[in-house]
Design a protein around this ligand. Structure first.
Ligand code: FAD
Length: 194
């Protein structure tokens, strides 16, 4: 099998309707769920060696996939790639964490600023990609920096908030050959719990 040397979940001929919020989409060649950045790099190298196209998804909340499916490989950054760490007033979040998983961690640590995002479906990687927002807040307001994997040379780079060129539902990630791997959020310690 093409991806047998990967040390993570690989589903061959996987229906994409199982991975989109609207439950639509035919099969892909394989769907890979990386656990580490090295899994992503390895998967893309194999795709390139075999002339297979690939596409990164998070929760599939903003995707419409046709019944014909996708004649390529899907790299899904979600539950397997979702660690959340608290550092003072910051949260360090791997890009596959769902927004609904990040909010309870902020709340439990009395950190405010993330509330607007708690009801938006999707992963934090997908939210950075499109500067997701609701109730007057947007990701731009709370992102300190983002770590990306540059697919031109497989180097990890740190982009500061001002480098991300955020605007309404847009970020620089949409124009670059980058995969978001982790995010540093700057929140404030303020929530008073009963
Ligand atoms: C019912 C409903 C309500 C919604 N409400 C809102 C709302 O209030 N506000 C709002 O802003 N949006 C809303 N959305 C849209 C959606 O929730 C957001 O676009 C969300 O950020 C998508 O995240 P995702 O993980 O599902 O991304 P996906 O749909 O999986 O992917 C979307 C795009 O992001 C890219 N991407 C995903 N992860 C990465 C990564 N790690 N690195 C690089 N690129 C990546 C993908 O390649 C793709 O181009 C809503 C959607 C639904 C279905």
């Amino acid at each position: 099998m093409l991806f047998s040397k990967l040390n993570c979940v690989v589903r061959y001929e996987e229906p994409l309707k199982n991975h989109t919020t609207f439950k639509i989409g035919g099969n892909c060649i394989a769907l890979i769920e990386p656990r580490e950045v090295s899994d992503i790099v390895e998967a893309i190298k194999i795709c390139r060696e075999n002339n297979i196209k690939f596409f990164v998804i998070g929760n599939g909340s903003n995707l419409l996939v046709p019944d014909e499916g996708y004649n390529g490989v899907i790299i899904k950054l979600k539950s397997e790639f979702s660690m959340i760490k608290v550092e003072g007033e910051s949260l360090i979040v791997k890009s596959g964490a769902k927004l609904s998983e990040v909010y309870p961690v902020a709340y439990e640590n009395s950190l405010t600023g993330f509330e607007f995002a708690s009801g938006i479906p999707g992963t934090i990687g997908g939210a950075i990609y499109m500067n997701a927002g609701a109730y007057g807040g947007e990701m731009k307001d709370i992102v300190e920096s983002v770590e990306v994997l540059d697919l031109d040379n497989f180097e990890l780079k740190e982009l500061k908030n001002e480098d991300l060129d955020f605007s309404y539902r847009k970020s620089i990630i949409q124009r670059k050959n980058y995969i978001i791997t982790s995010i540093k959020l700057k929140l404030k310690r303020e929530i008073k719990k009963k």
